[in-house]
Write a protein that binds this ligand. Sequence first.
Ligand SMILES: [Zn+2]
Ligand SMILES: [Zn+2]
Length: 162
Amino acid sequence: MSSTVMVIPIFLLFLFFALVVPVLVGVYVYRDAKARGMDAVLWTIIAVLAPSLIGLIVYLVVRSSNNTRRCAQCGAQVSAEFASCPYCGAQLRNCCPNCKQAVEAGWRNCPHCGAQLPEMQELYTQPPKNKLPVWLLAVIIAVPVLILLMFLGLAIFNFARF
Ligand SMILES: [Zn+2]
Ligand SMILES: [Zn+2]
């Protein structure tokens, strides 16, 4: 009887890493890769199928060197350095009206020519933040800890009975 109860936490732990983690990682990688103009389907498959978060780590490493985006107007893959889309001509970055160099929204003066900049809008093509979301880290860390605590609780409970 007692040994069957002890199997439950191990089973839950297995279920968590075999099912819950791949689904969470898959959802995160799919959304993130899509926002960056990376191959969302390919990266989701890699992240989900690679064992124990290796796929996620590989994705994060590749992502840090990736600088392609999707044009908000035509959907073409473009470099993050482009100021306008080579396929449809849509503006991809704010640029200085004086020297035409790329500038960021919120800058008051152009760092290239010193001209004063008008109020700029944050464009859709700004890259998403390079951070893992807190909820993903919290779930991956908190759930195994809870299951291990449950395991410990069961062990103590069984030990106290004898
Ligand atoms: Zn375009
Ligand atoms: Zn300028």
